[in-house]
Design a protein around this ligand. Structure first.
Ligand code: KIV
Ligand code: ZN
Length: 516
């Protein structure tokens, strides 16, 4: 067994459970391809039995990604396990079924209404069934950190005997502390006779901000797989941020029991920033500026004392060379004179492999934007990929938008949309041009969206920069409806707003069709 720490990325499963973060298939594939470049060992691609969309995503990722194991999540019940097995089948012997069952007293009594013995029997049966479908089976004892230790040890021993190759000890509700978690892992190592036959995995949530610290404490105690998500996205306060765990192990290997001078993991750290950006763009969840490693301010030194120190010797105030995680790898910007081949080459460098048809869409937008903007930077280009492919790919396409606004006029917008080759035009007034545009779109599409969040940012520098708008919109009125994130970009922020709203609307239609 390798002594390296395996990285299990659940950005596309637990990460995607973050409200508003749902990604479409193209976006999931893009994230998966980038995770492959980052070198993660296992990609948890989804929860196949939850919807047709999830099944399709897991099987497409299993077909596309060649260098990672691909896991599909399953409750510990026959149908889930069989569906997960079918979804990961295209990955061949790199397919993993990840089955889970809660073990804590709270879950046993109130959620599952099952005795300790019944839980063990279900877990064993689930793992045995999974082993008839794949050789790589992970079992998670949900809410493990609140489970009686001796009982947890019995569960772990039983599932390993049944064929589990990885046993995961999740801190499902982000409740544990580093010392406590260290002791749980140590206890299992010392009290489960067959523990050497499986990899111990840890999966931490960030409810009290300890997810990364807890994961690292578990590694110190002997866990050899860490689960988490890029940028720390996930349910509630999120999952452990994988890039932080990675850089803690890289920067201080000896602090976690690894020899200095050898990498304790298989990740390509230079891909970290790029991966963070791909995940932020695809999930619609912006990265906090001061976020460790990947936040815009992570390596920005504003105080004069620090700047002076850095200039004299970088290590005075910087413990990581920013280039080692992929900062500062920008190239010369493109201009409207750049040809299709140059745009294609730059996109490939940025990690976007597009079909000819997709490239045509992006190139058309690139030319249009090149006319109103001197330089097109890498971030502008990456934004255009999402904007051209995800905004205009859906049911409704934006054809034209006109608006009148000013402090003494009644803001009015006229919008023309296209659906299945037919044009629809309508107009509306609002309390501002953005509101008027959204209302005009609502009138045409006969929908009613409630805006719950609106953000605008510039994707690069200069007054002619591309504005990217991110909206969160609730469609429908019942309490089960979930907010949908939409993004749009243009040099005009009103146009960008209309595009973002339409993107949210199209995504909502797509998710309802896929049953997500
Ligand atoms: O948090 C959790 O317990 C999970 C399991 C399904 C592994 O996400
Ligand atoms: Zn989780």
């Amino acid at each position: 067994m390798s002594d390296k720490v395996l990285f299990f990325d659940t950005t596309l499963r637990d990460g995607e459970q973050c409200p508003g973060a749902s990604m479409n298939l193209r976006q999931k594939l893009e994230v998966a391809r980038q995770l492959e470049k980052l070198g993660v060992d296992i990609i948890e691609a989804g929860f196949p039995c939850i919807s047709d969309g999830d099944f399709e995503a897991v099987s497409s990722i299993a077909r596309t990604v060649k260098n990672c194991r691909i896991a599909g999540l399953a409750r510990c019940v026959e149908n889930d396990i069989r569906v997960a097995g079918a979804a990961v089948a295209p990955a061949g012997d790199r397919g993993r079924i990840h089955t889970f069952l809660a073990t804590s007293p709270l879950h046993r009594e109130f959620k599952l209404k099952k005795s300790k013995e019944e839980i063990i029997a279900m877990a064993v049966a689930g793992v045995k069934l999974a082993r008839t479908l794949v050789n790589d089976v992970e079992f998670s004892a949900e809410d493990a950190s609140r489970t009686e230790l001796d009982y947890l040890a019995q569960v772990v021993e039983a599932v390993i005997a049944a064929g589990a190759t990885t046993v995961n000890i999740p801190d499902t509700v982000g409740f544990t502390t580093p010392t406590e978690y260290f002791n749980i892992i140590r206890y299992l190592k010392e009290n489960v006779p067959n523990i050497g036959q499986a990899v111990i995995s840890v999966h931490c949530h960030n409810d009290i901000g300890l997810a990364v610290a807890n994961s690292l404490a578990a590694v110190q105690a002997g866990a050899r797989q860490v689960e988490g998500a890029i940028n720390g996205i996930g349910e509630r306060a999120g999952n452990a941020a994988l890039e932080e765990i990675c850089m803690a192990l890289t920067t201080r290997p000896e602090a976690f029991g690894f020899p200095k001078g050898e990498s304790p993991h298989n990740l390509v750290t230079r891909e970290i920033v790029k991966t963070s950006r791909v995940v932020a763009r695809c999930s619609g969840l912006a990265v906090q500026r001061s976020k460790a490693i990947v936040g815009e301010n992570a390596f920005a030194h504003s105080s004069g004392i620090h700047q002076h120190g850095i200039l004299a010797k970088r290590e005075t105030y910087e413990i990581i060379d920013p280039r080692d995680v992929g900062w500062g790898e920008t190239e010369l910007p493109l201009t409207k004179h750049s040809g299709r081949a140059a745009v294609k080459a730059r996109l490939e460098k940025l990690g976007h492999t597009l079909s000819n048809e997709e490239l045509t869409h992006v190139f058309e937008r690139f030319k249009k934007i090149g006319d109103s903007k001197k330089f097109v930077y890498d971030d502008d280009l990456a934004t255009l990929v999402h904007d051209s492919l995800d905004t205009n790919d859906g049911t409704w396409k934006l054809v034209q938008i006109q608006f009148i606004a000013g402090d003494k006029t009644c803001p009015t917008a006229t919008v023309t949309l296209e659906k299945e080759g037919k044009l629809y035009t309508d107009c509306a007034i609002g309390n501002g041009p953005v509101n008027a545009c959204f209302k005009a779109i609502d009138r045409i599409t006969k929908s009613k969206g409630e805006l719950v969040d609106y953000n605008v940012r510039s994707t690069s520098v200069g007054q002619d920069a591309l504005g990217e708008v991110t909206v969160k919109v609730m469609f429908g009125s019942d309490c089960s409806c979930k907010p949908v994130v939409g993004k749009g970009a243009a040099t005009d922020v009103i146009e960008a707003s209309a595009r973002s709203y339409l993107n949210a609307l199209n995504r909502n239609i797509h998710f309802s069709q896929m049953g997500i």
